[in-house]
Design a binder for this molecule. Structure first.
Ligand code: ARG
Length: 533
């Protein structure tokens, strides 16, 4: 099923072509003055005349009840109620609410990526929440999505941690890491033992690996408990930590060297992609491998073994340069080439209400579980608390910083999850009260509030399709919010259960479609839609 905006756009484009003899974008958008407004004639000397001729030539009789030219050459379009009825019926009859599937790709989504051996903190919130929405939307659109949790579970820190364990400390996620670090900084003997331990770890010494495993396993169990609580789709099988690329790192360096892409600089092996003057350090002076080498190995694995054609990295904006350089090196090596493409799905920081980076009272990073506890305690309900927290994140422009504010995210009115969840609950309660099940219509829109709600509901397929392209979820949240606002107005102005037939059946069908739209949209964002609150 095509979306209504697309059909209008195509018909108007055809009319523009007839009138002007050339291809013109009708520049169609929603308007406050009519249902849609087409601005394609603007900017021409004869804008008004062209707009009038387009309005005349356009084949819109079955769709619009009013087409008129206003101002300097806008074409204002009002959809006919009868046309809305047909579109609504088609959406209601479709289990996908009119959302088309796309040409499927194998997409790797790299998200969450916390560091093992430490608790998750506020810095991991956005990657986890946004990444999960990416997964859900792309899966819904028909892609094969492979989730990859690029866990920080390798490198020099782990030598130190294993050695601390060997010294008799019991591994835990709260103080173990900090204690090991303190000892490393103050005790030269421990420092030296830690260094030797890293070498044994990377060489695969069985005792060292066993100790490392016991820590990583308990870390993964903790992470899974957080993911379960958040309701994100990451599973144990999606953990693909940095350690899993260890055996591939020599090959990365060998292949890049053979291609002449590495230069020695100060004892380290570096790439200078795209004429960059700053190096991407692929092998360190001490022979160890770091973050960049691992990312190059991971990229190859995702393309060669996982057979992905689209690689998405849901990682904070500060890592832009790192990822650009990794992609550039991979392109220069011929590993990353069309049709395969890689993108950084970047996001801004979480700020406190003071406008600075969100921190705990003691000044450190706030634990993620503390944030979840705070939201759930204030909401007095997990679905509402977690939903509010996720919605606050997803409804802000991804690339910008946003302010973490419990009061705002949990407000019962405004652009919040509780407001949308409450609209859904209201629909459900109509069905409970009326003791009616799913009602399929027929739709018979007449009231302006019904018309406005229908217009919004019919936008859903286009909004979801665009969310899949841009991965900008604040546009999806804005749409769902608009649905809830239109529903509230409809609910106030149009009695449902007491209405006479056939109005009652039509209104019930509008209610049912509203509930499904809200539920589906919230689910794409990973947010629950309870039936009661
Ligand atoms: N562990 C990294 C961090 O905490 C995030 C990993 C992102 N993914 C990647 N492929 N580099 O910064």
């Amino acid at each position: 099923m095509a979306d209504i905006g697309k059909v209008l756009r195509d018909r108007l484009a055809a009319a523009f072509e007839t009138v002007t003899g050339s291809t013109v974008d009708p520049v169609l958008r929603r308007s406050r003055h009519a249902d849609f407004q087409a601005d394609g004639a603007l900017g021409r000397p004869d804008a008004r005349a062209v707009a009038a001729a387009v309005a005349e030539a356009a084949d819109l009789g079955d769709l619009c009840s009013d087409v008129r030219v206003v101002g300097p050459g806008f074409v204002n379009l009002t959809l006919a109620d009868a046309a809305l009825d047909g579109w609504l019926a088609a959406a209601a009859a479709d289990p996908r609410l009119g959302v088309s599937t796309v040409e499927p790709e194998v997409v790797v989504v790299d998200y969450s990526g916390p560091n093992a051996a430490k608790e998750m903190h506020v810095g991991h919130l956005r990657s986890t929440v946004i990444g999960d929405a990416v997964v859900r939307v792309l899966e819904y659109l028909g892609h094969t999505v492979i989730r990859q949790n690029h866990l920080g579970d390798w490198g020099t820190n782990f030598g130190m941690l294993v050695e601390h364990h060997v010294d008799g400390a019991t591994f835990d996620l709260s103080s173990f890491y900090a204690a090991a670090r303190r000892k490393f900084e103050t005790d030269p003997d421990f420092q030296e033992r830690s260094r030797r331990r890293v070498v044994r770890l990377q060489a695969g010494d069985p005792d060292t690996i066993a100790l490392w495993h016991s820590m990583i396993d308990s870390s993964q169990r903790y992470l899974m408990s957080v993911y379960d609580r958040l309701g994100v789709r990451l599973q144990a099988a999606d953990f693909a930590g940095e350690s899993s690329y260890n055996a591939a790192l020599d090959g990365v360096v060998d292949d890049l060297s053979a291609l002449g892409l590495l230069r020695e600089s100060d004892g380290a092996l570096c790439a200078f992609p795209d004429g960059s003057t700053t190096p991407l350090i692929v092998r360190k002076r001490d022979g160890g491998y770091g973050y960049a080498a691992t990312d190059l190995a991971a990229l190859r694995y995702r393309i060669d073994e996982l057979k992905a054609t689209r690689l998405l990295y849901v990682v904070g904006a500060p890592q832009r340069r790192h990822l650009e350089m990794v992609f550039a090196v991979a392109r220069a090596a011929g590993w990353l080439a069309p049709p395969v493409h890689a993108s950084h799905i970047a996001f801004g920081s979480v700020l406190g209400t003071d406008g600075k980076m969100l921190r705990s009272r003691a000044g450190g990073a706030i634990k993620l579980t503390e944030l979840l506890d705070g939201a759930v305690a204030r909401a007095d309900d997990p679905a509402i608390g977690i939903g509010a927290l996720k919605y606050a994140d997803l409804s802000s422009d991804r690339i910008k910083d946003y302010t973490f504010d419990y009061d705002r995210m949990l407000a019962a009115t405004g652009d919040t999850a509780p407001y949308l969840q409450y609209a859904h609950v209201r629909v459900c309660s109509i069905f409970r009260k009326g003791d009616v099940g799913g009602v399929e219509g027929p739709f018979a829109v007449t009231h302006p509030a019904e018309h406005a709600l229908a217009m919004e509901l019919l936008e859903f397929p286009g909004v979801v399709a665009r969310a899949g392209e841009t991965l900008e979820f604040h546009r999806l949240t804005a749409h769902l919010h608009a649905v809830a606002v239109r529903f509230s107005a409809f609910f106030e102005q149009c009695p449902v259960l007491p209405a006479p037939e056939p109005v009652r059946a039509s209104r019930l069908a509008l209610c049912a479609l509203t509930a499904r739209t809200l539920r589906t949209g919230l689910d794409l964002l990973g947010i629950d839609a309870p039936e009661r609150m």
